[in-house]
Design a protein. Structure first.
Length: 398
């Protein structure tokens, strides 16, 4: 049933009563009803209640037997679960619904917001990339996130491992939005639980999915379109060919957003997607200045440059040290303080190395492990032919 695109302005007003809000949620949660079907039904009927009543007949005409809309009790339970989780339900057309998202084709009719909605007042810029981020990619992402925050932008990403994690950590003090593939109360991956709690306290968690829903593979492309929709531009830092980050970039192009990419070494698979975007015309990013220049073409830059937006009039406590940018890079390190086993350490080292050489001292800082722990693993990887030591204390992955 969900297939037609409705790109015209919303032809209806948002709900104003609790009964109408419940009916809206029932309609979008009904089987085979997605955003485009929801908008089409609302444009073709006088009210959301009429649209709900018409659903079974429409389903029968489409060959779907024994169809029933989402039960009212199920929608009530979702609302209760959202309130219990500290989230707020907003609906398309309401004043607090994000305007950039309302302008995309088929915007989500309902959103759950958990955190500080005022971060949406700042223009958004998405930073996305590889889950197995290299050391250089992580450092570049942190630099871009901190720079964008200083210049008055809100960093948007998907709370995944690697680049997403570093982007949120780098922008935590100035404003960041994490778009969830599952419910707004379900932090995925679980290793980002502390970071997710810090974003809920100082930034914003956003989801169009039901509260409590565990994310599945089919949910991530829908999440990616929201990341692009909330942003003026999408910057891809590292991405293999065919990765989800490239889906986000395509969504951004479809929505009329700017697409930019950080170039990478031709022999590093994590750079293949970025280099392909650049070949196809994406703007090249060497630093935050390139992003700011592109965003400011023909428009005024944001005025506010708060150094600690999270503390402005909110009384919010600082996040635990584990949730900061340093912890964000250590997605593979154990949180107990004990050294990882040798196989885990090999994976951690290889994940942070690429074809572009990295200083051994920088690798130790990224791993947050002492040299006596890392040195035997490096020697093994050198002898195994997977790491090459270069002049000047530099290391590269073969």
């Amino acid at each position: 049933m969900d297939g037609n695109t409705l790109s015209s302005p919303t032809p209806f007003t948002p709900p104003t009563t609790e009964e109408d809000r419940l009916a809206w949620l029932r309609l979008i949660r009904s089987r085979r009803v997605g955003p485009s079907t929801f908008l089409r039904l609302m444009s073709e009927h006088d009210s959301v209640h009429d649209a709900l009543d018409a659903l079974p007949a429409i389903a029968r005409a489409a060959g779907v037997a024994d169809y029933a809309p989402c039960p009212a009790d199920m929608a009530r339970r979702e609302i209760e679960a959202g309130l219990k989780a500290g989230a707020r339900l907003v609906m398309l057309g309401m004043p607090d619904y994000p305007l950039p998202l309302a302008a995309i084709p088929d915007p989500p009719p309902v959103l759950w917001l958990r955190g500080r909605a005022q971060v949406m007042a700042r223009p958004g810029v998405a930073l996305v990339g590889a889950r197995n981020a290299s050391s250089l990619g992580a450092r570049m992402t942190r630099r871009l996130a901190e720079g964008l925050g200083y210049h008055g932008y809100c960093v948007v990403s998907g709370l995944a491992r690697g680049i997403d994690t570093v982007a949120h950590g780098g922008a935590l003090k100035t404003g960041t939005i994490a778009v969830m593939a599952g419910g707004v109360d379900v932090i995925y991956p679980a290793e980002n639980a502390v970071l997710g709690a810090a974003i809920a306290d100082q930034g914003l968690l956003v989801s169009e999915q039901p509260v409590g829903l565990q994310p599945q593979a089919r949910h991530f492309p829908r999440r990616n379109r929201l990341i692009a929709g909330l942003s003026r531009a999408v910057i891809v830092v590292e991405a293999a060919e065919g990765s989800g980050s490239l889906i986000t970039a395509r969504d951004a192009l479809d929505q009329g957003r700017e697409v930019m990419a950080v170039p990478g070494h031709p022999m590093d698979a994590r750079a293949a997607g970025c280099n392909a975007l650049l070949r196809e015309g994406a703007r090249l990013v060497r630093g935050v200045e390139d992003i700011i220049d592109a965003l400011n073409e023909g428009s005024e830059p944001p005025v506010a440059r708060p150094e600690r937006m999270a503390t402005e009039g909110s009384g919010a406590k600082a996040p635990p040290a584990k949730a900061g940018p340093g912890a964000a890079v250590r997605s593979g390190a154990p949180g107990t303080g004990s050294p990882p086993d040798m196989l885990t350490l090999h994976r951690m080292i290889l994940d942070r190395l690429g074809a572009a050489p990295v200083a051994e001292d920088q690798l130790l800082r990224d791993l947050d492990l002492p040299h006596p722990v890392v040195a035997p693993a490096l020697l093994f990887l050198e002898l195994d032919g997977r790491v090459q030591r270069q002049p000047g204390g530099m290391l590269a992955r073969i």
